[in-house]
Structure formats: structure tokens, C-alpha cells
Design a protein around this ligand. Sequence first.
Ligand SMILES: Cc1cc2nc3c(=O)[nH]c(=O)nc-3n(C[C@H](O)[C@H](O)[C@H](O)COP(=O)(O)OP(=O)(O)OC[C@H]3O[C@@H](n4cnc5c(N)ncnc54)[C@H](O)[C@@H]3O)c2cc1C
Length: 324
Amino acid sequence: MKKIAIIGSGITGCTLAKYLSDQFEITIFEKSRGIGGRLATRRNEDFTFDHGVPFFEVKTDKFKSFLKSTVDDGHLKIWEAKCLKVKKNITSKNLILNKEECKFVGTPNMNSFLKNLVKHIDVKLNCKITGVFKSNNLWHLNSTNNHVYGSFDWIVICTPAYQAFELFNEQNSFMPKLKKIKMYSSYSLMLGFKKRLDLDFDILHTENDLVKNIIVNSNKPERNNHQLTSLVINTKFVSKKLCNSKKKVFIKNILNIGSEMAKADLHKYSISDLHFWKYAEVKCTPKFDHLINKSISLGICGDWMMGNNVESGFLSATSFIKKM
Ligand SMILES: Cc1cc2nc3c(=O)[nH]c(=O)nc-3n(C[C@H](O)[C@H](O)[C@H](O)COP(=O)(O)OP(=O)(O)OC[C@H]3O[C@@H](n4cnc5c(N)ncnc54)[C@H](O)[C@@H]3O)c2cc1C
């Protein structure tokens, strides 16, 4: 069996691994300690927070059928969330968005369905790849743990564009394309309340310049703990990571705006945590849905080629497989 190395275990990498595992021996390399990439869940004391993707939508039949087994096995559920939209002028009446698409959430954690999809595949966690190179016509990977992995017939990189760019020491035709891609950064503020908050929404979208949305994580399926409330507040895009001295004011602003929008005092939390997403969303999608060079057996896929959502990662991976 030919061997493939996949770098990145988000939806893109896991889709590829799942589809190709019948014909190839697959190894996934993931720098974090868990599978999922931006489909992420963090625990803190009694609270859980999906601090990346809060939920996702499924628009194509192809994606629906790919996910069917995980829905049937209970690793992915529809969240019948009450959605509100607060207009810029917050005194105007809130809009109830009940005609939105179905919202899917991994259960009990956002990455649970991906874990299930790749349960038979060799995944090397805590393994950051620092460079890729060819030797004797086969691919090898350098890692931060000083190990050289190899040899592989194919390598497919499923990371945000700049993280893919950084892996090449030698010039290749993909590098100018990767370098051009710009991505937005954002923050997610996690708040845990030991007392249940009385909120009239599950998802609150805002038109505010700082706060993008407020998600009542504890109202999702299989996160229910009726005594607690866990909230995730996602910000709009920020230009760079804040230094520690600026974080306090930043959090205070989010809490003030969030409290006003949610009509609840969010300052009285028991625990809080702030996560910086350096590569949250692509600024402008390129005119390709994957990159492939068959003569050197190299591929690159990712959500950023097709949009800013989970389904784009899936579609990029499947378009690559067709051309492989
Ligand atoms: C705050 C936030 C909110 C979002 N909201 C939504 C939403 O509501 N709906 C929606 O559909 N989408 C949403 N998205 C977008 C969604 O998360 C992405 O579209 C999707 O998860 C991207 O999947 P991916 O596999 O392409 O990339 P990723 O999930 O980023 O996976 C890439 C993986 O590669 C790993 N990696 C990177 N470099 C290396 C290396 N050198 N070595 C080893 N591993 C490496 C990373 O650790 C990561 O696990 C949101 C994203 C964020 C951050």
C-alpha cells in the first residue's frame, strides 16, 4: 500500500484521511494535543467551551452523506437553537432568526465526530511538522520533537495557507499562491457562571464592531448542566494578538458590550479564559479549490480556498481526491 502523510487534523485533513484510508496507509500529523483544529472544545473546572466553531451548517448532499454515520452514531447532533439578532441600535426590537439552516454540533465535544471518523487511522498528536523534503523520490517530515518521519509517497497539507507556506525550505510553484493569502484573526472569550443565567437566546448575533456573537454553550445538546451557564463570546476581526497589558481593557469592553446585548450582567463570572485565533478566517478566497502537483505527489487543501466554514474544508478535500 502506498503511504500518505496528512498534515493537520481539522475537517479537511480528517475528510481526506477517511476517504483515502481504503487505498492508502495514512498517517495524520497534528501539532495540538487533540484532533479537530478549529473544531475545538476546552474544559475548565466544571465548564466546557466550544471556543472555535460554535456550530456549522450542512448545505450539500455530499457533506450530508459523509456525516451520516456520525449522526447515526450520536457524535453529531442538530442544535435547535433560538437565534436572536441585535441591531446596531440596541433599543430596536431584536429579530428572531428562526428560518436559519440546521445547526450541527459535535457531541459531547465539537471534535467528537472527527475523532470517530478517524478512529482507525494513525494520528500523531503533539507533533508539529517544521519542514517537508524529498529524498530518494519520497517525502520526509521534520518535526519539533527532532524526529524525521518518512518515507511517504504523497504528502497533503491541510493547514491554513501561511502554515503550509512555512513548511517548504525550497521554492516550489505553490509558494507564491500561499504567500498571497491573508487571514483574519479573532478572539474567543469563554465565561463560566456557577449560577444559571436567565437569557432569552441560545445564539445572539450582533452588528456591534467588537462583539460578533454570543453563544450559550451550555444549552447545546449533551452539554446540559442545569446549574451552570457557559458562554463563548466571539469577537470581530482584530489586527494582531494583544499584549497582556491591553487584554484587561479588551475583556472589560467585551463584557460591557456583551452585558448590554444579552441583557444580563456578564461581569459576575466564576471563570474566564481568552483564546486568540491567529488564522480564524480567510480575507479573500483564491480562484482554486485545492492545489495538486502529481509529478512530485504533493497536495494542499483547506477551508480557506473555498470559504470560511467547515463545509468548505470538506469540499476542498473532496475536490483534491477527484484529481489525485
Ligand atoms: C472563532 C471561530 C468561529 C467559527 N465559526 C464558524 C461557524 O460558525 N461555522 C463554520 O462552518 N465555520 C466556522 N469557523 C471556521 C471553521 O472553523 C473552519 O472553516 C474549519 O474548521 C477549517 O478546517 P480545516 O481543517 O481546513 O483547518 P483547521 O481546523 O485550522 O485545521 C488545521 C490543523 O492543522 C494543524 N497544523 C497547522 N500547522 C501544523 C504543523 N506545522 N504541523 C502539524 N499540524 C499543524 C492545526 O493545529 C489544525 O489542527 C469558525 C472559526 C473560528 C476560529
